[in-house]
Design a protein around this ligand. Structure first.
Ligand code: SF4
Length: 361
């Protein structure tokens, strides 16, 4: 047998040293933090069941469909003993730029995570590299990498792994870095030592509950997604309920208000990833400019972006609402009128609503 076909034998790993090494490799690969958790998500499973029972997930039927696979990692990937969670910061510009955009009714506000390239590919590649390094050290072991790509309770797992606490707005917060970050996971069968969770530091603060334009945080730690602007502008397929349209303001894709107001985001650092920097002027475009994109321009300008998933029709739906909330000006009215005969009933109805706001229909 040629020598290169001899099976390579790996000594039994020192799991504590390996856990330290995984964190160091994670930092080398550009992650801001890596932590390890066991797979007991019983408390999160109870919270998820209550949330689903209350119907807070709205049209996101997939949340129910996956059943307990979401809260039981070993049912999703048999043999899983630990989950390695990794954090990647994405904030592309400082918070004052966000406030300026939100305060300008002619400007389009796009959630900061969606200004640049879709993060899934980059995050996945990097997690895969981390998994490969682990394999090079300990030999082929069971593992799978996830980036929001399967039913994974990523915030609960990251909280268990010590990456932060789930705040009253239901996002994960790190005391030293705020909450503008993506999470990815490696499910592994290695019995690594786990990290300790951190304490909740929300205290008596209620800033996110108070600022939410649609009152979607119905109680601390309880988000009614059906009211959330991220859900309304991204997940929802049909018409945006009229009761929320004025509150949308100029937010055309997602909403960052609860994160923007959170005092812990004073410590948020700007991303070092060029992939997450704004593309196609999405951080400076006006509503009128974006509303003028035809379908070809929409597809061209959202190539490789998270925005593409909503399609041109819902893009126009969202911007029509924002134009309805803009100041009454001839150019706003002209832009809306130009879409009054759009082939989509969804778009036409939102355009008519917007024109009615300007008392023109
Ligand atoms: S705004 Fe206040 S209550 Fe909300 S998550 Fe941040 S610290 Fe917690």
């Amino acid at each position: 047998m040629p020598s290169h076909l001899h099976p390579v034998s790996f000594p039994p790993p020192d799991y504590a040293a390996l856990a330290d090494q995984i964190k160091a490799w994670g930092r080398e690969l550009g992650f801001q933090q890596v932590g390890i958790a066991d797979i007991d998500l019983a408390a999160a499973e109870r919270r998820l069941a209550e949330w689903l029972k209350a119907g807070f997930h709205g049209e996101m039927a997939y949340m129910e469909r996956h059943g307990r696979k979401r809260s039981r990692p070993a049912e999703l990937v048999p043999g899983t003993l630990r989950v390695i969670s990794a954090r990647l910061d994405y904030l592309p510009e400082d918070r004052s730029a966000m406030r300026e955009r939100l305060d300008d009714p002619a400007a389009a506000f796009v959630s900061r995570y969606a200004l640049g390239r879709d993060y899934h590919k980059l995050l996945r590649k990097r997690l895969q590299r981390l998994a490969e390094r682990i394999q090079e050290k300990v030999g082929p072991r069971g593992h799978r990498v996830f980036t929001d790509s399967a039913p994974v309770l990523e915030k609960a797992l990251a909280e268990k792994a010590g990456l932060g606490w789930i705040g009253k707005h239901t996002n994960l917060i790190d005391r030293h870095a705020g909450s503008f970050f993506f999470l990815g996971e490696i499910y592994t069968d290695l019995p690594l030592p786990v990290d300790a969770p951190v304490r909740d530091h929300c205290g008596s603060c209620t800033a996110c509950l108070d600022v939410c334009p649609t009152r979607a945080i119905v109680a601390p730690y309880r988000l009614d997604a059906r009211r959330c602007i991220s859900y309304l502008t991204i997940e929802l397929h049909g018409p945006i309920p009229e009761e929320f349209r004025a509150a949308l303001g100029n937010r055309v894709y997602g909403c960052d208000d609860c994160q923007l107001v959170c005092p812990w985001n004073r410590y948020a650092r700007l991303t070092e990833e060029t992939d997450f920097l704004p593309r196609h002027g999405l951080n400076s475009a006006t509503l009128i400019e974006l509303f003028a994109w035809d379908e070809a321009a929409f597809l061209r300008n959202t190539e490789g972006s998270a925005i593409r998933r909503i399609g041109h029709e819902r893009w126009l739906r969202n911007i029509a609402v924002a134009l309805g909330n803009a100041r009454t000006e001839p150019k706003v009215v002209a832009a809306l009128r130009a879409r009054l005969e759009h082939p989509s009933e969804l778009v036409r109805e939102h355009v008519a609503w917007a024109l009615a706001r300007h008392e023109l229909v």
